[in-house]
Design a protein around this ligand. Structure first.
Ligand SMILES: [Mg+2]
Length: 298
């Protein structure tokens, strides 16, 4: 998953009333009975239809979201202890050979894995717009992401255990100073020189996360992978819904053991699997999504 300007558009809103009625399979959001006039005037006309509304509110307000994050990091810490006792333990299916003598590391994604970017997602809703690369650039350069619940404690625990925390993120390479500063400002014990924060495109041989995982595996025994997207664990995830399920299922022994997943219902490769790559416009993309719904009456 990534928050990148070049990714396919997602989270676009603004489907017109005609589309709603044509596709109407979900109840409209409740109308506020007595909203203050000023707030109502400021609210976009289609505010109740934004695709991201519930997912972003859940991440920003639900105690369940925060508990899921903490639950993931508690489990991850237990697995680290277990992995440190077993020199044959590795989280990378591709890691073979004499890796047991390598220093230990844990590899994790940044966005929606250890830091919270819902401020950017919420801004898209408040401004009633779809994915906006310039808005994302502004967000990332401002370094305003916050730590997810339990993330700081976990990464500090790694340092105490002598385990190297390594970030693999698909943020674009030119924004590296901003993301490293954001992480350091939050108190994450990553190396200040940024050598353990690996961005996409930082080297020409790093087009994807798998290539960076392989790079890390040459110097470290990788105890765990943590992420919010299938791509944080496996290559080839931009495929069909069924293909993604098969990929995940074919590695079922890794989940909860060597691979720990964080919750993100806002965006990711799961969402891109819902419509064709060559989809033309927001309306066609949204129709493709509706076609994926499974009801029970028809
Ligand atoms: Mg992520």
């Amino acid at each position: 998953m990534k928050l990148r300007p070049s990714r396919p558009r997602r989270g676009v809103l603004v489907f017109a009333a005609a589309v709603v009625s044509a596709c109407a399979t979900r109840a409209p959001a409740p109308q506020p009975a007595a909203a203050p006039a000023a707030a109502a005037a400021a609210r976009p006309a289609s505010w109740e239809t934004h695709e991201l509304l519930d997912a972003v509110l859940w991440a920003q307000t639900a105690a369940e979201h925060d508990a899921l994050c903490r639950q993931a990091f508690v489990l991850a810490a237990e697995r680290v202890e277990q992995a440190l006792r077993d020199p044959r333990w590795t989280a990378l299916p591709s890691q073979t050979g004499d890796y047991g003598s390598l220093p230990p590391a844990v590899v994790f994604d940044a966005d929606e894995t250890i830091i919270d970017n819902t401020g950017f997602e919420a801004e898209m809703i408040k401004e009633n717009k779809g994915f906006d690369g310039e808005l994302l650039r502004e967000w990332e350069m401002a370094g305003r992401a916050t730590a997810l619940p339990g993330a700081l404690e976990f990464v500090r625990f790694l340092k105490e255990k002598g385990v190297e925390p390594i970030v693999i993120t698909n943020r674009d390479a030119p924004r590296k100073p901003a993301v490293v500063k954001n992480l350091l400002d939050l108190g994450f014990p990553v190396r200040a020189d940024g050598s353990t924060v690996l961005l996409r495109g930082e080297r020409k041989e790093w087009p994807d996360k798998e290539s960076r995982r392989v790079f890390v595996s040459r110097s470290f025994r990788v105890l765990l992978l943590l992420g919010d997207d299938l791509g944080d664990f496996l290559p080839g995830v931009d495929t069909t819904v069924d293909g993604r399920r098969e990929l995940a299922e074919s590695h079922r022994d890794y989940w909860g053991s060597r691979w720990i997943l964080l919750p993100n219902a806002m965006y990711g490769s799961w969402e891109r699997a819902l419509y064709p790559r060559d989809v033309k416009g927001d309306r066609e993309r949204l129709r493709a999504k509706y076609d994926k719904l499974r009801g029970f009456r028809k």
